[in-house]
Design a protein around this ligand. Structure first.
Ligand code: NAP
Length: 282
């Protein structure tokens, strides 16, 4: 049976390190602070926010809340962005997306100061993930995959990695981060001719397709590491990944569970970005 690569120990180790860094900052009179901007009350936003608040509180990060109604105007949202930008006590901003008004969302993202962009909302941050310039913060989920590999001592250099999914939120940025670690990455998508063959050839599979049970025993071989980023809800309301764990787990060397895998690392990465943003300010 595969080793289960759980996210909780990874998140705990990151948090422990962040508590120390937070203490150091506070000794210098800097209180790390994140703004949370939410429009409406979407259940998945509220669930993520609850997890982030708990993590921030545990580490010692302060939070400023900006909650707007779903029918808020363009100028109301943009004025929140301006407030976040102009308040030097706020070091980073998490804005829940997508918004109903995609144009205003784009404008708000564009307006956010790059140094406060802890969730890769601006094209500048995303650009730096692709150029590898080291400025800006990558998307938290993509970075969570790297943190998981580092924590469990999964070497990336020279490994063949199949990333299933090419979105700008996960597939493409995680591919870039893996390539920066000298992995050889094949990015797969709905038009990939032989997904099972590409996955079987890889040493590591990162599944980020948003398709429950896509990766089956047909896609894997013994010795592989499978990182399941997918979060899907079954018709019965159960959370499940992109990997059919019942058929994959008996074959591969290691697998991340869903829930309890990559998803449980993302708020720790978000907190890491807030602390780094506060440190950069100092
Ligand atoms: P997305 O924007 O819908 O992108 C999905 C990607 O997967 C697309 O590139 C698509 O290919 C590809 N794809 C879909 N079905 C496929 C198939 N049958 N075969 C091959 N490729 C396929 O989704 P996303 O935002 O990247 O999210 C992906 C998953 O991650 C979702 O389940 C989401 O809920 C989850 N997620 C997890 C976390 C976490 O913290 N763990 C955070 C955010 C999201 P095309 O480009 O050809 O359409």
């Amino acid at each position: 049976m595969a080793e289960l690569l759980k996210g909780a120990p990874v998140a705990a180790a990151i948090s422990e390190e962040l508590m120390k860094r937070c203490e150091e900052l506070k000794k210098k009179g800097i209180i790390p602070c994140a703004a949370i901007v939410r429009v409406g009350e979407r259940p998945d936003d509220l669930a993520y926010e609850k997890g982030a608040l708990k993590r921030f509180e545990n580490i010692g990060i302060e939070v400023r809340h900006f909650v707007l109604p779903t029918d808020c105007t363009r100028s109301e949202l943009l004025s929140v962005t301006d407030t976040v930008n102009s308040d030097s006590s706020i070091h980073g901003c998490l804005m829940f997306r997508p918004l109903q008004d995609r144009e205003t969302e784009k404008e708000a993202c564009k307006r956010l100061l790059p140094e406060k962009d802890i969730d890769c909302m601006t094209s500048g941050s995303l650009g730096s993930v692709f150029t590898g310039s080291g400025t800006g913060f990558p998307p938290c989920t993509a970075q969570a995959v790297i943190e998981l590999c580092d924590h469990y001592g999964i070497g990336l250099e020279g490994r063949e990695i199949a990333v299933v999914g090419r979105s700008l939120v996960i597939g493409r940025p995680v591919s870039m981060l893996l390539m920066q670690r000298n992995a050889t990455v094949t990015m797969c998508h709905t038009r990939t001719a032989d997904l099972a063959g590409v996955c079987r050839r890889a040493d590591i599979i990162v599944a980020a397709a948003g398709h429950a049970g896509l990766i089956t025993s047909e896609h894997v071989r013994p010795g592989q590491i499978v990182i399941d980023v997918g979060i899907n809800v079954t018709p019965e309301g159960r959370l499940t990944g992109d990997v059919d764990s019942a058929s994959v787990e008996p074959v591969v060397a290691a697998l991340t569970p869903v829930p309890g895998g990559v998803g449980s690392i993302t708020t720790a990465v978000l907190a890491k970005h807030v602390i780094s943003a506060a440190q950069n300010c100092a």
